[in-house]
Design a binder for this molecule. Structure first.
Ligand SMILES: CSCCC(=O)C(=O)COP(=O)(O)O
Ligand SMILES: [Mg+2]
Length: 224
C-alpha cells in the first residue's frame, strides 16, 4: 500500500528542455553579475567558499565564476552550484522572467494524490529553494501547498542507495510504502535497492527504458 510519493523534477514533473534550455542558461547569463553584487551575503559567500574547497585552491570571484560555468556545462550536480543557481533563479522568478514548467498532467495528478491522502515529496538535484520556486511559479498556480517536504543533494546523490534510506527515515514510513518517480534508471535502481517502489517516467519517445521498473508515459499511467 503506497502512502507517499517522492518525485524527481527534470524529466518527471517537468521537461528536460526547460531545465537545460531555460534555467541553466539563465543562471549562466546572470552568474557573474550576481556574484559581483551579492558575494558578501553570508549565504552566497559560504557557497563560493565551497566551490574553492571542491577545487582545492583559492579562487577570486572571477575564478569561481569560471569554475561554476564549467560545472554548468558539465551538468555537475554539485551542492554549491545548485544552491547558487537557486538564488539566481529566485531573482528571475521574482522579476517575472521565469515561469516554472510542469507537464499538464502534473498539477492534475499531484492534486488527486494529495486529495487521496498520499504524502507528496520532491527529490531533485536542484536545491530545495529551486524546487520550491519551480512549483511555486507554474502556469497552474502555486503547487507548493501540495508537498510535505523537499530533498536535495544535501541528503546525498540521486544514484546512491543511502540517499533513499535517509529520505524514507525522514518521511517516517517503511520504504515499501513509498513510491519513487523518476526518468533515470540508475536513480530508480538505487531507490529500489533501498526498498522503495519505483516507476519510470518515459515522457520522451527517445527516453532509455529500464524494463526492471514499471513505466508510465505520464502521471495518469502511474499506479499507486
Ligand atoms: C529544481 S529545477 C532545476 C533542477 C536542476 O537543477 C537539476 O539539475 C535537475 O535535477 P533533477 O534531479 O531534477 O534531474
Ligand atoms: Mg530526472
Amino acid at each position: 500500500m503506497i502512502k507517499a510519493i517522492v518525485t524527481d523534477i527534470e524529466g518527471t514533473t517537468s521537461s528536460i528542455d526547460f531545465v537545460h534550455q531555460t534555467l541553466f542558461p539563465y543562471a549562466k547569463a546572470h552568474l557573474r553579475s550576481f556574484l559581483r553584487a551579492q558575494a558578501r551575503r553570508p549565504e552566497v559567500a559560504v557557497q563560493v567558499h565551497a566551490v574553492a574547497e571542491a577545487e582545492g585552491r583559492q579562487l577570486t570571484l572571477e575564478d569561481a565564476a569560471d569554475v561554476l560555468e564549467r560545472w554548468i556545462a558539465e551538468d555537475r550536480k554539485a551542492t554549491p552550484l545548485k544552491a547558487l543557481q537557486g538564488m539566481i533563479w529566485a531573482q528571475g522568478y521574482a522579476a517575472g522572467e521565469l515561469e516554472g514548467h510542469v507537464y499538464p498532467d502534473t498539477p492534475d495528478y499531484l492534486r488527486r494524490w494529495h486529495a487521496q491522502g498520499l504524502g507528496l515529496y520532491v527529490y531533485s538535484s536542484g536545491s530545495v529553494e529551486a524546487q520550491q520556486l519551480i512549483f511555486g511559479h507554474t502556469a497552474y498556480g502555486d503547487l507548493t501547498p501540495l508537498f510535505s517536504g523537499y530533498f536535495d543533494t544535501r541528503i546525498g546523490g540521486k544514484r546512491e542507495v543511502a540517499s533513499y534510506r535517509h529520505i524514507v527515515a525522514e518521511i517516517g514510513l517503511p520504504a515499501g510504502e513509498v513510491l519513487f518517480l523518476s526518468d533515470i534508471g540508475e536513480e530508480l535502481d538505487a531507490a529500489r535497492e533501498a526498498g522503495l517502489a519505483t516507476t519510470q517516467l518515459l515522457r520522451d519517445a527517445q527516453a532509455k527504458a529500464f524494463p526492471q521498473h514499471p513505466s508510465a508515459r505520464d502521471f495518469s499511467e502511474v499506479r499507486v
